[in-house]
Unconditional design. Structure first.
Length: 54
């Protein structure tokens, strides 16, 4: 699911670990780019109750 986001420039992918190991053995690190925040946004509304909640 994250790899297609790298195709659109929304995420960056990097491999961690020893360069001698095969790519499939090294952990993959995904980081969001500045473009991600410009394209993807969530609006969340939280209702606040007044009074005691048990």
């Amino acid at each position: 699911m994250l790899r297609p986001l790298t195709w659109f420039g929304l995420m960056k992918m990097a491999r961690r670990g020893d360069e001698v190991q095969a790519d499939w053995m090294r952990p993959t690190l995904f980081r969001k780019t500045a473009l991600f925040d410009a394209v993807v946004g969530f609006k969340i509304e939280v209702s606040v109750r007044t009074g005691a909640v048990h």
